[in-house]
Design a protein around this ligand. Structure first.
Ligand SMILES: [Mn+2]
Length: 408
């Protein structure tokens, strides 16, 4: 991080504030992923202040919430300086009550020209985060500080996963696999989408109190034609495909896996035709992806290859009309976010992890599903991190015949 910052610069990162839901209730707090990435600290209202001098020397201070026995009695213990030191390893630990005075002293010292802030917004109308509020204060009180965007630097770092992050993702894959295979085993005509979701959540609950890594998409039949469907109210009828698009996490790293299966455990002829096209396309991509390949070719090649297979199968007349059946790409990076906040690379490199997502939606036949796996790019090729979750027709049908252990 710091070697990419200019000399004579300050960096301020915030962990974030709770957002009010109603009256005195707040939404579950979610620490800024970039703060978490840099510090490993998962708690509200913390700050990191780093300063880089003219010789490139860096000093870091972490600001923690001060001890407050009465508040802690209600909502649990706050992070203690010793814990922060073990996790984040900063040179100094202080209290958030000191942050303003410390920043003022550094900003007016004459030693610093630049201030790095994490200024991402997904939408121009999004509410101000702590960094945006700070930007306004800096513009009025310290106009001589030139503001730089720390977000761009952290995105570049997050593009390549570290070995410990890849290991955490492997652990998450095991949990997701168990969650999906349990849904397959529980599956039967008449089951409601929310019952499938309850099975998935039950399994994840055996491994962590945090639940799914992102809102699960689980649908049946024609609901599979809503790409991001969350209501989970529908019922699977005999002959319907089930679609899931779900993920678990481990140490804040997550995965994103989709499978499709017939709710009655047996692929129909038409389901088989379409599923084989998706599977063979996915297999082709895992044989093809390697360092040096342009990133946009992942979706591009998958589309062209699948179009040829669908044409050979007699489903598609003209390969140019593949958009009738393939409604989305799916080569998004995954990591600390399900759509990971990386700098989308031009070219694939070792250590990247992104989804290979082949979706086929045939409205006339009433069959829609996607096959989404997590691709880790290696030195010479790639590895399918989610290969353990049943993906061939035989594997899925065998898994479904094994029946289910949880009482639903
Ligand atoms: Mn997905």
């Amino acid at each position: 991080m710091y070697d990419q910052m200019k000399e004579n610069s300050l960096l301020v990162m915030f962990s974030g504030m709770e957002v009010c839901k109603t009256n005195d209730e707040y939404y579950p707090f979610y620490t800024s992923r970039n703060f978490l990435y840099l510090t490993g600290l998962d708690s509200k209202e913390l700050a990191l202040l780093a300063r880089k001098d003219g010789q490139g020397q860096v000093q870091e201070t972490i600001y923690l919430l001060p001890p407050d026995p009465m508040k802690e009695r209600w909502v649990g213990a706050r992070i203690k300086p010793r814990e922060a030191e073990e996790t984040a390893g900063p040179q100094e630990i202080s209290s958030v009550s000191e942050f303003e005075a410390d920043f003022h002293r550094l900003a007016t010292s004459g030693n610093y020209q630049y201030l790095y802030l994490d200024l991402f917004r997904a939408d121009p109308l999004d509410r101000d985060e702590s960094a945006h509020l700070m930007l306004k204060r800096v513009a009025s009180d310290y106009p001589f500080l030139k503001v730089e965007n720390a977000n761009a630097i952290v995105r570049r770092l997050r593009t390549i996963k570290q070995p410990c992050e890849i290991e955490a993702m492997r652990q998450a894959e095991k949990v997701t696999c168990e969650g999906i295979t349990s849904m397959m085993k529980a599956s039967r005509p008449g089951m409601y989408e929310y019952q499938y979701r309850a099975v998935f959540d039950y399994i994840l609950g055996q491994y962590s109190p945090k639940g799914p890594a992102f809102p699960s998409i689980i649908s049946a039949g024609r609901n599979n034609f809503f790409i991001h469907y969350y209501s989970c109210t529908g019922q699977a009828m005999d002959g319907d495909m089930i679609l899931n698009d779900v993920g678990a996490w481990h140490d804040n790293l997550m995965n994103d896996v989709s499978r499709g299966w017939p709710c009655n455990g047996k692929f129909s002829e038409r389901q088989r035709i379409l599923y084989e096209c998706a599977l063979n396309t996915s297999n082709h991509m895992f044989e093809t992806i390697k360092p040096g390949m342009p990133m946009k070719e992942v979706d591009g090649q998958a589309r062209r290859y699948n179009a040829e297979l669908l044409k050979d199968a007699g489903v598609l007349k003209n390969v140019d009309e593949i958009g009738t059946y393939m409604w989305h790409g799916g080569a998004h990076h995954v990591g600390y976010d399900v759509h990971d906040a990386v700098q989308t690379p031009e070219v694939i490199a070792p250590g990247m992890v992104f989804c290979v997502d082949i979706g086929i939606y045939h409205e006339e036949w009433g069959i829609g599903f996607r096959l989404e796996d997590n691709c880790l790019v290696t030195e010479n090729g790639c590895e399918n991190l989610s290969a353990i979750t049943p993906r061939t027709i035989e594997e899925i049908e065998d898994t479904m015949q094994k029946g289910f252990a949880v009482g639903v």
